[in-house]
Write a protein that binds this ligand. Structure first.
Ligand SMILES: C[S@@+](CC[C@H](N)C(=O)[O-])C[C@H]1O[C@@H](n2cnc3c(N)ncnc32)[C@H](O)[C@@H]1O
Length: 213
């Protein structure tokens, strides 16, 4: 799977990339109560412009991405000086209020996550095959302190369409994956996209406290 993503970036097969901030991020992020200045984890971030939107709204961003191409393109398409350093086994690049960690999300550990207080997932969970999705949900929970909020944009494919990525992850699966560690609220169900039949759903997740409260 990893090599498939690297090949996609190398060959420019990045149909998932959007040329503006996702409308659900713009609509729903302000309805969460994430204090400005809170650092937002963006797992499997690609070169998403959603990171610039978040940074522009006053939220420092920590993106994690496997593909060097994604990171270099994000930096080249942005403005401002880039600083590069190494930390916790990752190559890290910073431009303005966005820091990009190049490597495997599953190798990003809690010690490196000290300052995180929120997250944003668009096309991260649904990029992963079923067998990996529970691991993703637990790993995300481990990285976030109780009370952390996040927005997740899910996707289902047309009935009977078993392809992917993006994989079809329905509402029941989202609740099952996250309910142990997050309060899960379904915010919106989109309309099926003409042609593909892809249908997005929008969720807010709040990391529960150690007692499940
Ligand atoms: C469908 S894309 C979505 C990118 C971005 N979230 C967006 O909305 O444009 C999934 C991204 O996850 C990256 N990726 C896949 N597995 C990863 C992993 N284990 N760790 C870090 N990045 C990963 C891929 O290289 C790809 O850029």
């Amino acid at each position: 799977m990893d090599n498939e993503w690297l090949a996609r970036w190398r060959e420019g097969r990045i149909g998932f990339h959007r040329h503006e901030a996702h409308p659900a991020l713009v609509r729903y992020w302000p309805t969460l109560s994430v204090a400005p200045g809170t650092k937002v984890l963006v797992p499997l971030c690609g070169k998403s412009l959603d990171m610039r939107w978040l940074a522009g709204e006053g939220y420092p961003v920590l993106g994690i991405e496997l593909a060097d191409e994604a990171i270099e393109q994000f930096l080249a398409e942005g403005e401002g000086e880039v600083s590069r350093y190494r930390g916790d086994g990752f190559d890290i690049s910073r431009q303005g209020n966005v820091e990009l960690w190049r490597g495997d999300f599953f190798h990003f550990h809690i010690e490196a996550a000290a300052e995180l207080g929120a997250f944003y997932d668009r096309a991260a969970l649904i990029a992963l095959p079923e067998a990996t999705r529970q691991r993703y949900a637990f790993h995300l929970a481990q990285l976030l302190p109780p009370g952390s909020q996040g927005l997740l944009i899910g996707l289902t494919r047309a009935p009977g369409d078993e392809g992917g990525p993006p994989f079809s992850v329905d509402a029941d699966e989202i609740r099952e994956l996250f309910a142990a560690n997050f309060e899960v609220v379904h915010l919106e169900e989109g309309e099926p996209e003409p042609g593909s039949g892809f249908r997005e759903s929008v969720w807010s997740l709040t990391r529960r406290g150690p007692q499940g409260g």
